[in-house]
Design a protein around this ligand. Structure first.
Ligand code: ATP
Ligand code: MG
Length: 178
């Protein structure tokens, strides 16, 4: 048996495939008997297919917790305090899960986004991830991964957009995009 070591994985970049790559890994992990939690920093309003698919596998095997409200106001002079509060609560839930002993893989979906918009402190997150229990795998998704997170990570993949249907005016498709 190879040695077990919890990996810190980052899926970032502008191309499509970050969250779905984390979901694919979660699917594989569940098959190996790992217990998985995904906390979602931004999502909350749309109903994504993965919520029902995870329920089919069983909440004790793969739980997804949407903890955002589906969008974040950007471009405003300052970030809405409500979004900061939600991001903090989501981070707390993710950190508790990483340290709690119940989960083998914790996915922090769109955490990179909340760090890049300063809703979360990069140093605090990086420190907590660095000191986590050794066997726990963590996946961080979202565009613009913070350089300190990239430095700490064991595996970083950047999705590069080669083509996306959106540029041809084709909107999000059920089962592919949500
Ligand atoms: P997915 O959840 O499909 O793996 P993602 O996590 O890589 O996508 P996000 O940045 O989280 O992408 O964007 C969320 C939504 O925006 C998804 O519905 C996705 O299909 C869509 N999207 C992703 N990349 C692009 C792009 N380059 N142009 C337009 N829409 C995109
Ligand atoms: Mg995503």
């Amino acid at each position: 048996m190879p040695e077990e070591k919890g990996l810190l994985i980052v899926y970032t970049g502008p191309g499509k495939g970050k969250t779905t790559c984390a979901l694919g890994t979660a699917f594989r992990a569940v098959g190996q008997g790992l217990r998985v939690l995904m906390v979602q920093f931004i999502k909350g309003s749309w109903h994504y297919g993965e919520l029902d698919a995870a329920k089919m596998l069983g909440d004790d095997k793969f739980e997804i917790r949407p903890m955002g409200r589906g969008f974040v106001k950007i471009g405003a002079a300052e970030t809405d305090p409500e979004d900061i509060k939600l991001a903090q609560e989501c981070w707390q839930a993710g950190r508790d899960a990483i340290y709690g002993g119940k989960y083998d893989l914790v996915v922090l979906d769109e955490i990179n986004y909340t760090i890049s918009y300063k809703m979360l402190d990069a140093d605090e997150v990086v420190e907590a991830l660095k000191n986590r229990p050794e066997r726990v795998h963590v996946i961080c998704t979202g565009r613009n991964a913070h350089p300190k997170l990239v430095e700490l990570a064991d595996l970083v993949t950047e999705m590069r957009e080669v083509k996306h249907p959106y540029t041809k005016g084709i909107l999000a498709q059920r089962g592919i995009d949500y």
